[in-house]
Ligand binder design. Structure first.
Ligand code: PEP
Ligand code: MN
Length: 349
């Protein structure tokens, strides 16, 4: 249920609505837009018709809109305007196409710093790298942990690029949040509800990747965990889903991008590296994602992909990443989008 407040409503009237909701053990989430203020109501409201009747009578209330969808705070009904996520000087979701790039895993200081310098020179504005790596096998490389986070912080200190890195466990959230600028929740953890609750309580932006076998609705319900804990600095990431196809590692669901824009206000980033698993498919799918309206790309880049400890097959060399950037710029121009001059950032609208 959404409560639309009158444009003339006062703070006291809003507080009164929130207080009355509490009496029914319901939580009201406030969203103040330029044009209207709404309160999203979370709880078993459908079973309590008397709540709607009570609310309609309150001062300052204009309308009560039931929402049929199970996800509320991530829905367009709750927030018609786009969420923008601020990370340092970079804004995600405001029409600028944001490029995040870097190695799958932090392997060493040299490999990480070389990558950070190269992706910055090519126009990326956020640096990626995993210090805590999810791994299908416990015997493969699982990341450098906090030492890896320190290397990422050194890369930020040198290049000025904000850092995005994955957090695997609720107990590491505080540590990862201390070093990084965006917390990534990976595909395997999309339904790790304890982790979602925890990242919902930190004061850092979060990127929630789609579970490899998750429907869009399940993905948005996971987003709901984070939003309902109070963290609204959230973006989604389409990284490919499992299908019967075996040629590619995953099937990149390009259609998820316009679907998310239709049903949600959250920014959507595309990850064609994990979406395809093959380096020569990364650029074509990156272009498709840009054409479909992605708010950003996250791309795996490695100084020597043949020697990468993780995801070498899908990692771009510095040269290939430079070519990808050139093509992304060309596409943006062809679509009539502005290309910003500073460090190659591309404007979408
Ligand atoms: C990654 O970004 O390196 C990663 C492990 O991603 P995903 O969770 O999408 O597999
Ligand atoms: Mn990877």
């Amino acid at each position: 249920m959404i409560i639309v407040m009158k444009s003339s409503c006062t703070d006291t009237e809003i507080e009164n609505v929130l207080k009355r909701l509490e009496e029914f053990h319901l939580k009201g989430h406030l969203s103040r837009g330029v044009e209207r203020t709404v309160i999203g109501v979370v709880g078993e409201v459908a079973k309590q018709p008397e709540v709607a009747q009570m609310l309609e009578r309150l001062e300052g209330v204009e309308d009560i809109i039931p929402i049929g969808k199970p996800y509320k705070l991530s829905s367009r009904e709750f927030q018609p305007y786009e969420t923008t996520v601020r990370v340092g000087d970079v804004t995600i979701g405001n029409g600028e196409l944001v490029i995040m790039a870097g190695p799958c895993a932090v392997e060493s200081e040299t490999q990480t710093l070389d990558s950070a310098r190269a992706v910055k020179a090519a126009g990326a504005t956020i640096f990626r790298g995993g210090a805590f790596k999810p791994s299908t096998s416990p015997y493969s490389f699982r990341g450098l942990g906090e030492d890896g986070l320190k290397i990422l912080a050194a890369a930020r200190a040198e290049t000025g690029l904000p850092i995005i890195t994955e957090v695997l466990s609720p107990r590491d959230v505080e540590t990862v949040a201390r070093y990084s600028d965006i917390l990534q929740v990976g595909t395997r953890n999309m339904q790790n509800f304890a982790l979602l609750d925890e990242v919902g309580q930190v004061n850092k932006p979060v990127m929630l990747k789609r579970g490899m076998s998750a429907t869009i609705q399940e993905w948005l319900l996971s987003a709901e965990y984070i939003l309902s804990q109070g963290n609204r600095q959230l973006m989604l990431c389409e990284r490919g889903i499992r299908t019967f196809e075996t040629y590619t590692r995953n099937t990149m669901d390009i259609s998820a991008i316009p679907v998310i824009h239709k049903v949600s206000h959250l920014p959507i980033i595309a990850d064609p590296s994990h979406g395809t698993g093959k380096w020569y498919l990364v650029t074509p799918l990156a272009l498709a994602a840009v054409a479909a309206g992605a708010d950003g790309l996250i791309i795996e880049v490695h100084p020597t992909p043949d020697y990468a400890l993780k995801d070498g097959a899908q990692s771009l060399t510095f040269d290939n990443f430079g070519r990808l950037m050139a093509q992304v710029h060309a596409l943006a121009l062809a679509l009539g989008h502005k290309v910003a001059s500073s460090e190659g950032q591309v404007t979408k609208k």
